[in-house]
Ligand binder design. Structure first.
Ligand code: NDP
Length: 237
């Protein structure tokens, strides 16, 4: 594992699942880590105690709260935008307010967090957004809102990679397939259906996603920017 000693890292959405694994990985590698959470105060406190990271409550649906949380973190070497929500269902019957909230959390927050982080980020910094394989492929009906949000972050990643490239700042989108978390448990009702479309027929572990994030954040990945890095066990190939 690369050495991140002395690096300042912020993870948006670090209380559970993939975000918690990313917090653990960076803390174990010596970084100074701060993370946001919204509803899971107890889980956030437990991760903070376990890792020494600092937990800050900030609702990703609230633009001002996101910008304030990122600004308060001071200069960040690495910004990881992980907080996200999923929603499935017939678009004709989904609550439009819930769809708009999903877009706030999954699209607006990544944009504003990345831009705010860039203001004080030193040269050669890293911005990593957790997207989804659904940004590229939609193997099942009922995922339009989620898929559109994950396609949108691809545009954020490519655009900001151009905007910040002169400073050596890389911007990439990590696109998991099924990962065993509260959002998508490996024992859930959709699991077998998902596995049937995969070359490697299992959910990924959150730490497998964190390992890819760590690589993209490392000096070895300095020339990787504006990309989508899919880590999905070959779903729908
Ligand atoms: P979980 O539901 O397990 O965890 C979600 C995390 O995001 C929690 O830490 C949660 O914090 C935080 N979060 C959610 N809403 C908000 C909010 N409004 N404000 C601040 N934080 C928030 O999800 P995963 O770990 O599975 O997912 C993480 C990311 O990975 C998401 O972007 C998701 O779309 C993506 N992804 C997940 C896949 C999977 O199969 N699991 C597949 C592909 C992509 P809190 O509980 O404190 O509110």
């Amino acid at each position: 594992m690369s050495d991140f000693k002395g690096k300042s890292v912020m993870v948006l959405g670090g209380s559970r699942g993939i975000g918690a694994a990313i917090v653990r990985h960076f803390a174990a590698a010596g970084a100074k880590v701060r993370f946001s959470y919204m509803g899971s105060a107890e889980a956030a406190a437990a991760i903070a105690t376990e890792t020494g990271a600092e937990a800050v409550q900030a609702d990703s649906a609230d633009r001002d709260a996101v910008i304030a949380a990122v600004a308060a973190a001071g200069p960040l070497d690495i910004m990881v935008i992980n907080a996200g929500v999923a929603m499935m269902g017939d678009p004709a019957t989904l609550d439009p307010d819930a769809v708009d909230r999903l877009i706030d959390i999954n699209v607006r927050a990544p944009y504003h967090a990345a831009v705010e982080a860039s203001r004080k980020m030193p040269d050669n910094g890293r911005i990593i957004i957790i997207g989804s394989v659904n940004g590229d492929r939609v193997p099942w009906p009922g995922t339009t809102a989620y898929s559109l949000s994950k396609s949108a972050v691809q545009g954020i990643g490519r655009g900001l990679a151009r905007d910040f490239g002169a400073r050596g700042i890389t911007v990439n989108v990590v696109q998991p397939g099924p990962v065993d978390t509260d959002m998508n448990p490996a024992t859930g009702p959709m699991a077998r259906h998902m596995h049937s479309a995969m070359a490697i027929k299992r959910h990924a572990r959150a730490d497998e996603i964190a390992a890819l994030v760590m690589f993209l954040a490392s000096p070895a990945a300095a020339m990787i920017t504006g990309t989508t890095q899919t880590i999905d066990g070959g779903i729908g190939i």
